[in-house]
Design a protein around this ligand. Sequence first.
Ligand SMILES: *Cc1c(COP(=O)(O)O)cnc(C)c1O
Length: 475
Amino acid sequence: MDERSPLLRELPAVDRLLQEPALAGLLEQMPRRLVLAAVQETLQRYRQRIAHHHDESGSSAAAPDLSPPALAREAVEAALRRGRPSLRPVINATGVILHTNLGRAPLAVAAAEAVAGVMEQYCNLEIDLEAGVRGSRQAHLEGLLCDLTGAEAAVVVNNNAAAVFLTLNSCAAGKEVIVSRGQLVEIGGSFRLPEVMAASGVRLVEVGTTNKTYRSDYEKAIAEDTAALMKVHTSNYHLIGFTASVEAAELVSLAHSRDLLAVEDLGSGLLFDLTRYGLPPEPLVQDSIAAGMDLVTFSGDKLLGGPQAGIIVGREKLIRKIRTNQLARALRVDKLTVAALEATLRLYLDERKAMQAIPALRALTIPLSRLRERAEALAAPLKERFGEEGVRLWEGSSRVGGGALPAAELPTVLLSLSTPRLGSSGLARRLRCGDPAVLVRLQRERLLLDLRTVDPGQDGLLLAAILAAMKDEAP
Ligand SMILES: *Cc1c(COP(=O)(O)O)cnc(C)c1O
């Protein structure tokens, strides 16, 4: 005897569903395979509902509506979901400026335009136009990087992990590199310094303790096989209390007195002193170069505010070695990155302009009063609609994120929404699944929005997204 529900036989066939006007219309606009996949997905969902209904038979639940228009409506939704690009812009209302999961630094308009400019056309990526001979893609970046950091030479690769890997592999493979135990960082689970060092073929020699490392610790560890002393910026945590570390200049003087290289992984790579904007001190690339570091590596998409890239600056002889490493080819940057990074670095030639034009820097330094104004403007229509209780403004702080300035407390104004019906995680889900998707912060049952990381031009769009997500909450 067939145990299955007789309702299964009532499910409309695929061809029948495709004749429904809503789906037939979609076929004109969308690839047939997307629409077909959506119809099949919908039928599968109905089969599960029917099975569920059958198992619970005896309960009073109504049988699912199996009319073709009902199924077609659901299939249209599914097709529209499938038709949307998987990678798409979102509104970041988390207040984390360099959010690795949200693509880290948004590009400056000038950088995006530069990318668009070379995207659909040929470009002089590796041609020296004056001499008419083959050139290097690095030529578009090297002059700017040397000018901004004071270094002799520069090379750009895929990301900072690649920069560290290539630096060590080119200059210390088969040898030992000495690092302080207090600096063996892990960045976001994907970059563990000891593992990158091992993969690059160098032997890591750890010295000192977690909280204290002295010059004498490095000194005692130097051996026949030592190639370099390395300093790593503890970019995503901050040691406080009983601590000691060796400054760049001191590490350089020790390394050079013993004919060793001094290299530094700065992580974020800041080019402007942000303390004058009230932020905690963060090492500058040019300071490391001035201190005599032979090679310094940093990211393109952290505080620099550019595209994903790993930048290596330092001594010409060493940079040449890095460029000619066979592995450099596997880690090289593409033309879109070169375009975005060149445009970003050009903004740095004028500090005032850069602070305004580079979104990450703008977000770091936006005045609290401005954040308050915007939060109030957003709260007013929401209060009117949902009542005073559910919509509050709180003092709080934003974070830099992305492994930079871990100790920075950026005072901000948070818009807090409470939604008894959906609950805060229910509302967060709705916002995440909306169009555009909005990412928020959840903190002790409260849903919080931080406008620091929202482009002011998108405040209206954000309001519309909140209203759409909360439409069932209206009293
Ligand atoms: C972020 C970071 C890295 C990794 O940089 P990516 O550009 O993400 O590859 C390496 N070292 C330090 C100290 C960092 O902060």
